[in-house]
Design a protein around this ligand. Structure first.
Ligand code: UD1
Length: 309
């Protein structure tokens, strides 16, 4: 199979590239290296075709889709706080970029597009776990932009019969997640702080919870989605572990694994932050055959190992 991974030099995309090569696909990557890094493709660069370009340019998207069977659309400008600070730039990548990819993939005769959606779409609704039938209530520009992409995916299936599957990722973590960006996720931030001998920062009281999900689970969900029965198309699926941990619990687990017990600094809560997040993953089980392969603690251990090396 010929597959295109947008954002293939990014954290999740580069893991997906490795898995696709392993299953025998011919892989092309489209990435503008704005948040991704060439080093993430060090292991695979000889085996892939790399196009440096942006999904905000429809012409680039069209070129990247030529001859492809499946598109995995991972490219995005992540981070809730970054989108609060600069909603226009993140909108161009996350919303317009997704529309561009859908148009380009449909017109090029691509068979299916699998979209990296976000759990942030649920917002702060009090009911847990989050089920796909709940109304989306995005609380930040990032959440809204990712949700727009999802709705476009559904519409492209309904209007044009173009096969799309949306995967709502719940706080994916693992090796290669960038700790250096000011907008990095909490897990790489905690790990790099502790291993560097610094105090980790907790925004708020640390009682907020997340369904932290090791990257291998997300990669596996993508492989399943690309081959799932067409009944999965036009739909959105939670991709998570179905368990939640507070930041305080997360930090103490990371302290235990690293053996480094530097206490955290507390800063005010971030604007646009969701309080609690937990997924019901039964729909993905039913339609995709998705199951959790690597749990929270094992994932954290593997990630610490990577940070140490
Ligand atoms: C959100 C989405 C997630 C998406 C991500 C992309 C939800 C529930 N999740 O993640 O699916 O992949 O955006 O960017 O909306 N924090 C600290 N200290 C730090 C860094 C973060 O305390 O150094 C806190 C944050 O304030 C937040 C939590 O940790 O409460 C998680 O933050 P982060 O890792 O950035 O992810 P979300 O914003 O939850």
């Amino acid at each position: 199979m010929k597959t295109l991974v947008t954002g293939g030099a990014g954290f999740i995309g580069s893991h997906l590239v490795e898995a696709l090569l392993k299953r025998g696909d011919e892989v092309r990557v489209l990435d503008n290296l704005s948040t991704g890094h060439e080093e993430n493709l060090d292991k695979t660069k000889e085996e892939i075709e790399f196009i440096k370009g942006s999904i905000t340019d429809l012409k680039v998207c069209r070129k990247a889709c030529i001859g492809m069977d499946i598109v995995f659309h991972e490219a995005a400008i992540p981070s809730v706080p970054r989108s609060v600070k600069d909603p226009v730039t993140s909108h161009q990548a996350n919303a317009t970029g997704t529309l561009n990819m859908l148009v380009a993939a449909r017109d090029a005769g691509v068979r299916r597009l699998v979209y990296a959606a976000s759990s942030s779409a649920y917002g702060d609704t009090p009911t847990l776990p989050k089920v796909e039938t709940m109304r989306a209530t995005p609380m930040s520009p990032y959440a809204l932009q990712k949700y727009i992409g999802e709705v476009y995916c559904r519409q492209f299936f309904d209007l044009f019969g173009f096969e799309t599957v949306s995967l709502r990722y719940f706080n994916i973590f693992g090796p290669r997640q960038d700790p250096n960006s000011p907008y990095g996720g909490v897990i790489p931030k905690f790990m790099s702080a502790l291993l560097g001998g610094n105090a980790p920062t907790i925004f708020g009281d640390g009682g907020q919870t997340r369904d932290f999900t090791y990257v291998e689970n997300a990669v596996n969900a993508n492989l399943l989605a690309s081959r799932a029965d067409p009944r999965a198309c036009g739909k959105v699926f939670n991709i998570a572990c179905g368990t939640r941990y507070s930041l305080v619990e997360l930090l103490s687990t990371v302290q235990e694994i690293t053996g480094i017990n530097i206490p955290p600094r507390h800063e005010p809560p971030r604007a646009g932050d969701v309080r609690d997040s937990l997924a019901d993953i039964s729909l993905a089980g039913k339609f995709l055959g998705y199951e959790v392969k690597v749990g929270f603690e094992e994932g954290l251990k593997r990630t610490v190992e990577w940070f140490r090396s």
